[in-house]
Design a protein around this ligand. Structure first.
Ligand code: UDP
Length: 324
């Protein structure tokens, strides 16, 4: 694989830096990299990340944790082979609550992470998002669609920060010859999401387990396509080790309405909850489904975990959190 040729640490073990390494997805990535025998440096300011996500890895001889905001200058001793830039609030309620930090981590944080990659001659991967397509007018979304984003709406801070981050990544690629990768992550779920994260899967599971009404926004006809975390992380690893500098969508193309998701979660939890309808937040995308043709072709990747299997695992995690 490409990684074997790029090794600089003088050992067989490549060094990976993961920003946001304590967050929901960052922590799974750290775990996978340790399993694949990387030396890992996880950087996180713990604003939305939670140390519980990596508590089971504490003391691992190949893992080092740095408590730092990645918008500050990143200084690291020694060689680095890969920089995985995952730091950012990612839930709509988080980035509504932290709009300036969201803009700063997507812009200044991406600049610092790219600077680190440039200094170390490391390969860089940006965790981008389906949000760069905004409320899409093309369906399903393929990588050559440029999107329909409201820059001044409530989601603008996240969408535009990630669009800036993609532009910055390509500028470093073109200007400085940095080896770069861009993954556009579609809705992903699984254990380690926060109970109060606000995203639809933890919200509905938590409401179901408490037998409280499930809050469906709008009439619930908006669609999403949900990918289980382990599928996503495997795709991201393959992308980093691939040869493509083009953006790649990763997500599960199985599309459903939010109302269908609510009904499925009530069924799987055996809950007595009813459904209540609440106002649809401004600029909430009406439809979203990844076209994963590129990922299939270039990475030989497609999701394996079915919605029922993934939800069962996630429900078991939340049940333990809530009910002990
Ligand atoms: N949603 C909902 N009830 C909730 C939370 C979210 O109906 O309690 C809807 C939300 O309006 C959106 C979809 O579920 O249409 C997915 O929302 P999420 O916050 O998970 O992420 P998004 O895909 O909007 O970034």
């Amino acid at each position: 694989m490409a990684g074997a040729k790029r090794r600089k640490s003088g050992t067989d073990r490549p060094t990976s830096v993961v920003t946001g390494g304590v967050g929901f997805l960052g922590s799974y990535l750290v775990e996978l990299l340790l399993e694949r025998d990387h030396q890992v440096v996880a950087i996180d300011n713990l604003v939305t990340g939670n140390v519980d996500n990596v508590a089971h890895l504490a003391g691992h001889r190949n893992l080092r944790f740095i408590h730092q905001d990645v918008t500050e200058f990143l200084f690291l001793d020694g060689p680095v082979d890969y920089v995985w830039h995952f730091a950012s609030p990612a839930s709509p309620i988080d980035y509504l609550d932290l709009p300036i930090q969201t803009l700063k981590v997507g812009s200044l944080g991406t600049h610092k992470a790219l600077g680190l990659a440039k200094h170390k001659r490391a390969r860089f991967l940006l965790a981008s998002t389906s949000e760069i397509y905004g409320d899409p007018l093309v369906h399903p979304q393929s990588e050559d669609y440029w999107g329909n984003v409201n820059p001044i709406g409530p989601r603008g801070c996240y969408d535009e920060a990630k669009r800036f981050a993609e532009a910055m990544t390509m500028a470093y690629h073109r200007e400085h010859g940095i080896d770069t990768r861009i993954v556009r992550i579609f809705n992903t779920y699984g254990p380690r999401m926060r109970l109060n994260d606000g995203r639809v899967v933890p919200a509905f599971i938590s409401q179901s387990l408490h037998h409280r009404p499930l809050t469906v926004f709008g009439d619930g006809s908006q669609t999403r396509s949900f990918c289980y975390c382990s599928d996503l992380i495997e795709g991201i690893y393959r992308l980093m080790m691939s040869d493509t500098d083009q953006p790649v969508n990763l997500g599960n193309p199985h599309e459903m309405t939010v109302l269908e998701l609510a009904q499925e979660i009530i069924r799987l939890t055996g809950s007595r909850s009813k459904i209540v309808f609440k106002p649809l937040p401004l600029d909430d995308p009406k439809q979203r489904r990844p076209d994963i043709t590129r990922a299939k072709k270039l990475l030989n990747w497609q999701p394996k975990v079915s919605l029922v299997t993934g939800l069962d695992k996630t429900i078991a995690y939340f049940r333990k959190k809530i009910l002990g």
